[in-house]
Design a binder for this molecule. Structure first.
Ligand code: SF4
Length: 395
């Protein structure tokens, strides 16, 4: 495969069938996904061809339900979530701790411990393949090679008794077994350099306790990206870092996304991180989606009471006085979710109708909200507060 005279994929020479069936370079995937394949022994009709030319989502989650069996009952950690991530775009997943964000990220890679966890339904499609039905052997190939994950807590995710070099080389050789150790070592050095680590050759001999939190996080990102995956799931990648290192790590992710055409799912509880670094946002509450929208639209026009509560709890940058608002109460435990709207025990606008479960419905293009008051704006008129859920021009 060539682009602008440069070789992108296929050296040493690989069979055309291997490139078209299993493209490694993102651009090759774009090209091969447009090949009109033989279907049932005949060429596709022109209508089918049009459908095939539509850009397919990189990752598509449809009505995903992940539950856990516990002594206290079934915990519905993720309960009917649907979203998509496209190549080169960043989707932010926000919500308080316990909303199911991390479980959703783990279930994409089949990493939910079973038992007690199990997938109760739904689909996770990556480049059209249903990951939930893949056998373990194939799923191991997807992990790291096609979808990588940066876990929370870089301090505890690295092996304390192996040096950094050995850990990255292990990740390289897990996906490219034919490489010699020396080649893998060079790739590991390049990966460290690509994430902005100074003196990568020296750092390769360091142990995790020699590194700062920001350096450990860079190592984790280098390990995740060394196999050049198409999708990166970053679960709270900046939680334990101070703000300057946080900014550097986010800049690094943004640069790698632009250079590699990565699709990124950024899981965080930090709305400031989401506002600066994502294209689209989904707000999760108690295992369900409360609101989804392009990032700028969500921040300009937040509608769901939970989203508004989260935004109202951020200190204003203009330094205006006044107490910050807090959402009363806590996220309910997953086996104690109330019936109807799961936010009703904390929502100041709860009505009798909220005993029925709201559905996620569009209020404008690309902006979906799961709240009864959106469909019945008259219900909110009695509330003269500024923070009403439906007092926007969009409704
Ligand atoms: Fe609040 Fe009712 Fe909307 Fe739920 S459905 S967020 S309880 S107003």
């Amino acid at each position: 495969m060539l682009q602008a005279g440069m070789k992108m994929c296929g050296a040493p020479p690989v069979k055309a069938r291997r490139v078209s069936g299993y493209p490694r370079h993102n651009r090759n995937f774009g090209l091969t996904s447009r090949i009109c394949r033989v279907k049932d022994g005949a060429w596709c009709s022109s209508a089918e061809r049009e459908v095939m030319l539509e850009p397919a989502p990189l990752l598509e989650i449809d009505d995903l339900r992940v539950y856990f069996k516990t002594d206290e009952g079934v915990a519905r950690a993720v309960d009917g979530v649907g979203l998509r991530v496209d190549s080169g775009r960043c989707l932010g997943v926000v919500g308080e701790s316990g909303c199911g964000k991390s479980v959703m990220g783990l279930s994409i890679l089949g990493l939910v411990p079973a038992p007690p966890g199990f997938v109760a339904g739904g689909a996770v499609r990556f480049r059209g393949r249903d990951l939930l039905s893949l056998p373990n052997r194939e799923m191991r190939r997807v992990r790291g090679r096609e979808i990588a994950m940066v876990f929370q807590e870089p301090m505890t995710s690295l092996n304390p008794v192996l040096n950094i070099g050995d850990q990255i080389v292990e990740a390289v050789l897990a996906h490219q077994r034919r490489l010699r150790r020396r080649e893998a070592w060079e790739m590991a050095c390049e990966a460290l350099a690509s994430v902005g680590m100074a003196s990568p050759e020296i750092r390769m001999a360091s142990y995790p306790h020699h590194l700062s939190g920001g350096m450990k996080q860079r190592v984790m990102i280098a390990m995740a990206l060394v196999a050049r995956p198409a999708l990166l799931i970053a679960d709270e990648p900046t939680t334990a870092l101070d703000v300057t290192i946080q900014a550097q790590i986010l800049e690094l992710l943004e640069r790698l996304r632009a250079e590699m055409g990565l699709g990124v799912m950024l899981i965080t509880h930090d709305l400031a991180v989401v506002a600066e670094n994502t294209d689209d946002v989904v707000v999760m509450y108690a295992g369900k989606l409360a609101e989804c929208a392009p990032t700028s639209r969500l921040f300009d026009n937040p509608v769901h009471p939970y989203t508004r509560g989260l935004l109202a709890s951020i200190p204003p940058l203009d330094g205006s006085p006044g107490r910050l608002e807090a959402i009363p109460g806590m996220v309910p435990r997953p086996h104690e979710f109330p019936s109807g709207c799961r936010f009703k025990n904390r929502c100041r606008w709860a009505e009798a109708i909220c005993d029925e479960e709201p559905v996620l419905a569009p209020i404008e293009e690309g902006h979906l909200v799961a709240c009864h008051l959106v469909a019945r704006p008259a219900l909110t008129r009695r509330d003269a507060g500024q923070n009403r859920p439906c007092d926007t021009g969009a409704i």
